[in-house]
Write a protein that binds this ligand. Structure first.
Ligand code: SAM
Length: 260
């Protein structure tokens, strides 16, 4: 995926600084409850896979970005052999993948589902997950609960970190939620150090879902929603208010997938 090409090397530092690893305790608890092996779709640099492998689970990741996967590969080389041997990955699109293996649990973390821009792509992805889960296997989706009225029309500082070379990195973001469920986003990363200043500007689109849309598509793809959490503290999703997150936990049913 092109969007991640220029900043795969600083992704981990920036998102750890932004507090994004707050999802790990919940994801680890859910995997302990439902079991491995785990498939992580859109695994990126292995931010989620590595802690799961450290917790003792076998994890397979797929992602389209060769730069993000290169970072993962580098990280694997530095891990103890008993952890790295539990992690495998391949460069594949989550909308179209085929493996012999089946998994107990599948995860798509950190809003990555919103990179898919239409219902047809999401249904394709959900059906592929269904095919690759064992009987009664569990699918976990972590996406934000969009507030359609939210507009952050100017760049604001979202994260600041210092990398291993002592360079200061600052990530600024700007977001406008359009009326077609598309979040038009811009981010700017400024890297300063050793008298040099580099700036990365990116425009991206995330297509968000409502609670009911996601539920309906999961149902049509052969999943029964068991729980929806509103945040990483496991509070239940509340239909009557704006929630921070929609973390779906759905079980594969025996029913064949149908049209959403
Ligand atoms: C926000 S990052 C998340 C990475 C990792 N799961 C994490 O939580 O840190 C989103 C990832 O989705 C990947 N991605 C986007 N569209 C994809 C697709 N159609 N198939 C596979 N990977 C995709 C990107 O390459 C990127 O690595």
């Amino acid at each position: 995926m092109k969007m991640y090409r220029d900043w795969a090397g600083i992704y981990d530092a920036l998102y750890t600084a932004q507090g994004q690893s707050k999802d790990l305790p919940l994801l680890t608890r859910l995997v302990r409850e439902y079991g491995g092996p785990v498939l992580e779709c859109a695994c990126g640099t292995g931010r989620v896979m590595i802690p799961l492998a450290k917790a003792g689970f076998k994890v397979h990741g797929i992602d389209t970005s060769k730069e993000m996967l290169a970072v993962l590969e580098k990280k694997l080389r530095k891990l103890p052999g008993n952890v790295s041997k539990r992690i495998t990955f391949e460069r594949k699109d989550i909308r179209n993948f085929a493996m012999q293996k089946k998994f107990r649990t599948c995860i798509i973390a950190f809003n990555s589902l919103y990179h898919l821009q239409n219902d047809a792509d999401i249904m394709k992805f959900f059906r592929h997950v269904n095919m690759h889960l064992e009987r009664n296997g569990v699918f976990i989706i972590d996406i934000f609960d969009a507030d359609p009225n939210y507009v952050q029309g100017r760049f604001v500082l979202q994260a600041e970190a210092v990398d291993a070379k002592g360079r200061v990195m600052r990530k600024y973001g700007k977001t406008v939620f359009g009326n077609n469920q598309v979040n038009d986003g811009w981010f700017r990363i400024v890297i300063e150090g050793r008298g040099k200043r580099r700036m990365i500007n990116k425009k991206f689109k995330l297509r968000y879902l409502t609670h009911d849309q996601a539920w309906k598509m999961l149902d049509a793809a052969g999943f029964k929603v068991m729980k929806v959490y509103a945040n990483y503290e496991s509070e239940p999703y509340d239909m009557g208010r704006q929630n921070e997150k929609m973390i779906f936990v759905a079980r594969k049913t025996g029913k064949a997938a149908r049209k959403a």
